[in-house]
Each structure stands twice: as structure tokens, then as C-alpha cells.
Write a protein that binds this ligand. Structure first.
Ligand SMILES: [Zn+2]
Length: 137
């Protein structure tokens, strides 16, 4: 996730309001007025701003796939392996697995967590190409 700040700035030349985005922590921003006929650059001192959080395309895709999950099932097989079956809206199924190297270290919750992540990865690869950009806004 990335963050930037946004604020409205009044042009000293024409009184027009410009909506500006800048990096977090920036105190002085050069604003290009889009209202002045020939354009006008001036410095804006940032007092008040809104921090805007933005998800990366990968995070958006992951969130989208997560929202499509209708059912999660887990199974433990052998002594160190966990299987996760995700059923998504529309009936698509993705299987993930995880295994610990040392069976003495096997932990159900950790096994479930990694098997889930593995199934998510597979669902993202399989479905990512089918979701168009509109779905990810
Ligand atoms: Zn202006």
C-alpha cells in the first residue's frame, strides 16, 4: 500500500482552485494552475491535507479474489501436510498445500495459514487474467 496527500490550493493569480497531490511529508509544493490561461506556477505551503491510501494492483487483485471466496476447507494428511480448498463464487476451486520440514514442529493453525496462502496464490494466477481492470477499481 502506498500513501500520498491531497489538498486544494487557491491560485494567487486567478483565484481558481487546483486539486493537488503530493508526497507524504512534503511541505512546499510547486503547483501548476490549470485555470490560468497560459498556465501559472506558484508555491503552495502545505498546512492541511488528506492522506490518501492506495492499493497496488497486486493488492487490489488479492482483495478481489478474497472477496470471491465462498468456502474454505482444510484437511490434514500425513504427519506434516495441510491442504486448503477454496471455493469461489461461480464454483471455481483452488487447492493449496503446506508442509513442515520437521513433523515435531507441526502446528495446525500455521499449516492452515500457509496452505491458505498457497491456494490464494493459485487462485490469483488462475483468475487474475480473467478479471478485467474495471473489476479491480
Ligand atoms: Zn491560476
Amino acid at each position: 500500500m502506498t500513501e500520498h496527500v491531497e489538498f486544494d490550493s487557491i491560485c494567487p493569480k486567478c483565484d481558481g482552485i487546483n486539486h493537488v497531490r503530493a508526497r507524504v511529508g512534503e511541505r512546499m509544493v510547486e503547483v501548476h494552475c490549470k485555470h490560468c490561461t497560459h498556465g501559472h506556477n506558484y508555491l503552495h505551503v502545505v498546512h492541511q491535507h488528506v492522506i490518501v491510501k492506495e492499493y497496488t494492483p497486486e493488492e487490489k487483485l488479492r482483495n478481489k479474489i478474497k472477496s470471491l471466496i465462498e468456502n474454505k476447507e482444510f484437511a490434514f494428511i500425513g504427519k506434516r501436510t495441510t491442504i486448503c480448498l477454496l471455493t469461489l463464487k461461480g464454483g471455481y476451486e483452488a487447492v493449496g498445500k503446506s508442509a513442515v520440514a520437521d513433523e515435531a514442529a507441526f502446528d495446525e493453525e500455521i499449516g492452515k495459514k500457509y496452505a491458505f496462502e498457497d491456494a490464494m496464490k493459485k487462485a490469483i494466477i488462475a483468475l487474475g487474467a480473467f478479471l478485467n481492470k474495471e473489476d479491480l477499481k
